[in-house]
Design a protein around this ligand. Structure first.
Ligand code: HEC
Ligand code: HEC
Length: 335
């Protein structure tokens, strides 16, 4: 027993002793990009961003006029809704928790099951889905055409005041691309400020990366802490996720969901596609030993043990990825 705790202490000291231990991945891998990517077919302009922001907060984008994008992707809820499952429209249930739209400029596949490829394509889905805004694009364009205050916004963004579905989705996509996490203490540390995060968080970062410990970095990689891939992590939910999009023979995609970023997590969840977890201790307990063993379970999922200290270190590290709210307010609605 004393021998084991000696080893633990020794390894802890080793990590504490050096600012950046040799086993850790290079800092470069976590450096934030300098600019926001946008497709050449829809370059970012301040005018499109302003229009997109207005549309994002406008409940008139829904059939009943009661639901805006921001109803479910709210600035004060880390651009999600804080709910286990989203609000429903017309009594039709939505089976999956609302993900954040922060850092969505970098997403290569969107939605929990990856069914949209770009923000422009994605924007059509909530507007037209029956259990969300339940509208259609032609009627929406008609409605916006009758709101005088929208015409100058479209004219400034696109050169003339034609209002059509393509422009609506391009503007929404442009605004969302500007929702980028603030610099977190972790980023300052990556940039060389050794004091920016606690010793606990530094040790937690090592646990996070250690293949023989938590191995979180196998999937939560890059500056956004996601590999943009799909994995079954052994949750109890019966939802097949990516499995509903690919043949049943693709074993590893059954029960698989898109890896979420770990930046700016809401403190008390809910976490996971089914909103089934409310704190990081529960999340870690799941990864340690509670994943359902089945053929689709990711090969990067293996049981592991952590001391209480390692567990609280890991949580301290995840909290160092929090850059705080963006401070964006709802704009005035055009009349
Ligand atoms: C009723 C709540 C609700 C409303 C309203 C809503 N969303 Fe969502 N949003 C969701 C849910 C739930 C998902 C995930 C659905 C899934 O993966 O099956 C989602 C997913 C997304 C994603 C993908 C994020 C990712 O990580 O893949 C984007 C982007 C997005 N919504 C933008 C919008 C925009 C733009 C609007 C307005 C036009 C909007 N949402 C309206 C609930 C909502
Ligand atoms: C095999 C890949 C993989 C590994 C390893 C992994 N994760 Fe995940 N993580 C995912 C996927 C995929 C999801 C979404 C699962 C779902 O909802 O079905 C997720 C979800 C999460 C969430 C919820 C985020 C949210 O917005 O809902 C947290 C927190 C999290 N992981 C932390 C960790 C930690 C901490 C570790 C290490 C102990 C870890 N993950 C290891 C792939 C992985």
């Amino acid at each position: 027993m004393w021998f084991r705790s000696f080893i633990l202490m020794a390894s802890t000291l080793m990590v504490m002793g050096s600012a950046w231990s040799a086993e850790l991945p290079a800092r470069e891998k976590f450096k934030r990009p300098d600019s926001i990517p946008a497709p050449t077919s829809n370059p970012l302009t301040p005018e499109k961003i302003t229009l997109g922001k207005t549309l994002f907060f406008d409940a008139r984008l829904s059939r009943t006029g009661e639901m805006a994008c921001a109803t479910c992707h709210a600035p004060d809820k880390r651009w999600s809704d804080g709910r286990i499952l989203p609000l429903q429209a017309d009594g039709v249930k939505n089976a999956r928790r609302t993900p954040t739209v922060l850092n969505s400029a970098w997403l290569s596949t969107l939605m929990w099951d990856g069914r949209a490829g770009t923000l422009e394509v994605q924007a059509v889905l909530p507007i037209t889905t029956v259990h969300e805004m339940n509208f259609d694009l032609a009627s929406l364009a008609n409605r916006l055409n009758q709101i005088q205050g929208y015409r100058p916004l479209f004219a400034q963004a696109f050169g003339n005041d034609t209002i059509n579905p393509e422009r609506i989705t391009q503007a929404l996509a442009s605004f969302q691309r500007t929702l980028v996490s603030n610099q977190a203490p972790f980023d300052q540390w990556i940039n060389g400020d050794e004091q920016a995060i606690s010793e606990e968080a530094k040790r937690g970062f090592a646990v996070f990366n250690d293949k023989n410990k938590a191995n979180c970095a196998a999937c939560h990689s890059s500056w956004r802490f996601t590999d943009d891939g799909f994995h079954d992590i052994g949750l109890a939910s019966a939802d097949l996720g990516r499995g509903t999009r690919v043949p049943a023979e693709v074993t590893l995609m059954q029960y698989a969901f898109k890896t979420p970023s770990l930046r700016d997590l809401p403190i008390s969840g809910p976490y996971m596609h089914d909103g089934s977890m409310h704190d990081l201790k529960t999340v870690i307990r799941h990864y340690k030993s509670e994943a359902i063993q089945r053929p689709s379970l990711s090969t990067d999922m293996h049981q592991f043990e952590l001391s209480e200290l390692e567990e609280s270190d890991l949580i301290a590290f995840i909290k160092s990825l929090d850059g705080g709210p963006l401070g964006i307010q709802a704009p005035a609605m055009p009349q």
